[in-house]
Design a protein around this ligand. Structure first.
Ligand SMILES: [Zn+2]
Length: 89
């Protein structure tokens, strides 16, 4: 693992507890619906496959922070398959 001094401007980072509270908040605001496909997702499912995912609108790699304006809730499919595995190229 490589550690480097962080040259980027400070971004808001949430603790695990804050993250989980924010996820609940976003889930409530979106009425439990995925922002992409509109499917209803459980706040806390049995597995990551049926659990509401709190995503970043602007990825952390592009300098996006963990604060509310940069967050959006999606289902597993939309989050993992589309964003991280590049289903759409
Ligand atoms: Zn979805």
């Amino acid at each position: 693992m490589v550690f480097s001094p962080d040259p980027k401007p400070k971004r808001i980072k949430l603790t695990k507890k804050q993250e989980s509270e924010l996820r609940k908040q976003v889930w409530t605001e979106q009425h439990g619906l995925c922002a992409d496909c509109g499917h209803w997702v459980r706040l806390d499912g049995d597995t990551i496959f049926n659990t509401f995912h709190l995503c970043h609108i602007k990825s952390k790699g592009s300098g996006g922070g963990d604060d509310r304006p940069n967050r959006i809730g999606k289902c597993y499919r939309c989050h993992i398959l589309k964003e991280h595995w590049g289903e759409n190229g």
